[in-house]
Design a protein around this ligand. Structure first.
Ligand code: ATR
Length: 273
């Protein structure tokens, strides 16, 4: 019988995970299907139990469910220290993983970034910032987290300091922080469709030695990435993080090598239409 996979979230209608995973299943001739379901925080426990009872192959979780899931499923050590789950596997027990940080890391490594020793400036202190900062700090990067609400970045940095070097602050010294960084990552929603003119920084604040990574992938080239190009900086699209976090989830569920190029093409195709 066809194996069913799903992403839960709210809102969920614009998720690209179905197109990405269904393309992967098709390319590999696997009898599997992947769907998006709108699930509220209050209903997450019932939804996960239901998916398990119905023999689903696995789940992805997105906003606003990643933290709530920790109360419901058994997290692996990385997800437990991060405090967020984006992947649920039903193979043995109901187990939670976080592949967001691995996705971001692989996207940066693809762009030639050496994580160990890199000075990484993360703007934003929500769920995405949490996943990325834990993974990169754990792999030896020096992390600064700057956020509009400094209390949140300071708290996140304190948590991240358990696995590596991290400090948190507000946005007031952003110019100096960018000047001092090797990698700048936007983990805010600034620049996301339809507010495409919003950006955390403009060309004049950036430099040519910088790698600029935007987790926003719709539009494909955000204002931040356009400004980074103007400054001569290297750019990394959020599409690659989406693809790599999905690829890692696919590997966890299926033990099959994910067809990364197929997944990337599927996502890019959907974003172009
Ligand atoms: P996610 O889980 O995707 O990271 P989130 O938890 O809602 O989403 O986090 C969004 C991040 O974007 C937060 O760091 C938020 O800053 P605050 O903590 O101050 O709310 C940041 N953000 C959203 N809109 C912003 C804006 N207009 N300017 C600066 N930061 C913004």
């Amino acid at each position: 019988m066809k194996k069913v996979f799903a992403v839960f979230g709210d809102p969920i209608e614009h998720s690209l995970s179905p197109v990405m995973h269904n393309a992967a299943f098709k390319a590999l001739g696997m009898d599997c299907t992947y769907h998006a379901f709108r699930v509220s925080r209050e209903n997450l426990k019932d939804a996960i139990k239901g998916a398990h009872a119905m023999g689903f192959g696995g789940l992805n979780l997105t906003v606003p469910l990643k933290e709530e899931a920790l109360k419901i499923v058994q997290p692996d050590p990385l997800a437990a220290t991060m405090g967020a789950i984006n992947t649920v596997d039903f193979k043995c027990t109901v187990r939670g993983y976080n592949t967001d940080g691995i996705g971001a890391k692989r996207a940066l490594v693809d762009a030639g970034v050496k994580i160990e020793g890199a000075k990484v400036l993360i703007v934003g202190a929500g769920g995405a910032a949490r996943g990325i900062s834990f993974k990169l700090a754990g792999d030896g990067a020096d992390i600064t987290i700057a956020n509009r609400t400094p209390e949140k970045s300071i708290q996140l940095a304190e948590d991240v300091a358990l696995v590596g070097n991290a400090r948190g602050c507000g946005l007031d010294k952003l110019d100096e922080l960018i000047a001092d960084a090797n990698v700048l990552i936007n983990c805010t929603s600034l620049g996301m469709h339809p507010q495409v003119e919003a950006t955390i920084a403009i060309a004049e604040q950036m430099h040519s030695g910088l790698v600029v990574f935007d987790i926003v992938y719709n539009p494909l080239k955000t204002k931040l990435l356009k400004e980074a190009e103007k400054a001569g900086a290297k750019t990394v699209s959020g599409v690659m993080m989406l693809v790599y976090q999905g690829a890692e989830a696919f590997r966890i569920w299926t033990d099959v090598e994910p067809p990364v190029e197929v997944m990337k093409e599927a996502v890019m195709g959907a974003l172009r239409t």
